[in-house]
Design a protein around this ligand. Structure first.
Ligand SMILES: [Zn+2]
Length: 157
């Protein structure tokens, strides 16, 4: 079985998570991208879900991963610390040498999968979580609230 986010083979059991309403099976390192599926909720395709919603919170904070400012310098530093050439580093994460060059020169923003590989290889963090406050987002589209029970039709993608 392969991870539905990064495409890597999942060793052992995958994690079932929910990303923007769709269920995915992912590897341990990608499970942070979604919320873990609650086993108590029926997951039949097209099934209606009854979600208990606390009415009071119309403001919610979401966290977004963002690359830290000097990620390219850190990549270079970590690589040089180990005495690797850009080519050697590229081989270790199965990417092209030209990509490493561009990352270290901050010419491109690396894909999340590449960032993840670098983080794992060097055992460092290249991302930080930026809190984002959302006020009264998608709840506007829902039908009027009946008491505190909202029936949400499962989103199809
Ligand atoms: Zn993955």
């Amino acid at each position: 079985m392969n991870c539905e986010i990064c495409g890597r083979e999942i060793k052992g059991k995958g994690f079932k998570i929910v990303v923007e309403g769709s269920e995915m099976t992912v590897c341990p390192s990608c499970k942070q991208y979604g919320s873990e599926r609650k086993p108590s909720i029926a997951s039949q395709p097209g099934a209606r879900r009854v979600v208990l919603k606390k009415k009071k919170s119309s403001t919610k904070i979401e966290f977004q991963d963002e690359l830290i400012e000097n990620y390219h310098l850190i990549v270079r530093r970590e690589r040089e610390k180990r005495g690797w050439s850009q080519e050697q580093l590229a081989k270790k994460i199965q990417e092209k040498e030209s990509l490493i060059k561009k990352i270290e020169n901050a010419e491109i923003t690396p894909e999340p999968e590449v960032v993840e590989k670098l983080e794992r290889l060097f055992n460092i963090k290249l991302r930080e979580q930026i809190p984002e406050v959302k006020v009264e987002g998608r709840s506007k589209r829902l039908s009027p609230t009946l008491g505190d029970i909202v029936i949400v039709k499962k989103k199809k993608k």
